[in-house]
Ligand binder design. Structure first.
Ligand code: DAL
Ligand code: ZN
Length: 260
């Protein structure tokens, strides 16, 4: 008589331990697969400082319209029209070197408002500023340039003063600032005064840039002018600061303008 007990014992059987391992592996595969498939971070854009990266739109404003805060005027890019006159000029409410009714103390209204905010912050930091020269018409700029040529010769005049139709001062977007105590007024040493240093560090917060910085004469065509502020708006000023870009020409990929 066959030994049925023996026959049953040789039939292959899955042990409880083996079943446990198979089930565990299947569960692990399903859980890990679901994790990688559903992980929400997988589809998120690159992040910078905890905020989604944004691209700066360099076409947002015109670079050629004199009424645009992003206008780039230099020796290669004259104003159009050459005798452009801005609307909306007013003097900022702060210390002025002449009467508020004098056009040379006035700026584009948006820039004047921004300058008032800058001046309030400066005063809170113990910095006393004064407007030395802001708007200059084509005719006034011609007088300034001609006087520089008479005093220093054409080559040096062109390093310091724009020819008429080529100055930011003719647009109402620029202002020359000084220290209220008169130290180094419109002199290179203004950059070393507390007022000049404060402007270099803080102007961008209020939408201004130091337009003619040290070592950029081959691009801008002008010597360092630590007193000459150009309003470009807070968005562009912040981007120039963030990217450590010193000139509008470099930022917008425009040709250098060392001469006419
Ligand atoms: N001093 C600057 C370059 C101007 O005349 O506009
Ligand atoms: Zn200036």
């Amino acid at each position: 008589m066959p030994n049925t007990r023996l026959r049953q014992s040789v039939k292959p059987q899955r042990s409880p331990k083996g079943l446990f391992i198979v089930v565990t592996v299947v569960i692990a595969v399903v859980v890990l697969g679901a994790f990688f498939f559903l992980n929400p971070q997988k589809e998120q854009p690159a992040q910078r400082n905890g905020k989604p990266a944004t691209s700066f739109n360099k076409q947002h404003y015109s670079l050629s319209d004199p009424a645009s805060p992003w206008l780039v005027v230099n020796k290669k890019r004259p104003l159009s029209p050459l005798t452009y006159e801005p609307a909306n000029l007013r003097a900022p409410d702060m210390a002025l070197a002449a009467a508020a009714t004098n056009p040379s103390m006035q700026m584009n209204a948006e820039a004047a408002e921004a300058l008032e905010k800058l001046n309030t912050a400066a005063q809170q930091a113990g910095i006393e500023l004064v407007v030395v020269s802001a708007y200059r018409s084509y005719d006034v700029q011609k007088r300034v340039y001609d006087s520089e040529v008479r005093g220093f010769g054409k080559a040096q005049a062109d390093r310091e003063s724009a020819r008429p139709g080529h100055s930011e001062h003719q647009t109402g977007w620029a202002v020359d600032l000084g220290a209220a105590n008169g130290e180094c007024q419109i002199e290179p040493c203004f950059g070393d005064t507390p007022e000049g240093q404060w402007l270099a560090q803080n102007a961008h917060t209020y939408g201004f840039i130091i337009r003619y910085t040290k070592d950029k004469e081959p691009i801008t065509g002008y010597q360092h002018e630590p007193w000459h502020l150009r309003y470009v708006g807070t968005e562009l000023a912040a981007e120039l600061h963030r990217t450590s870009t010193k000139t509008l020409e470099e930022f917008f990929g425009l040709p250098a303008a060392p001469n006419y």
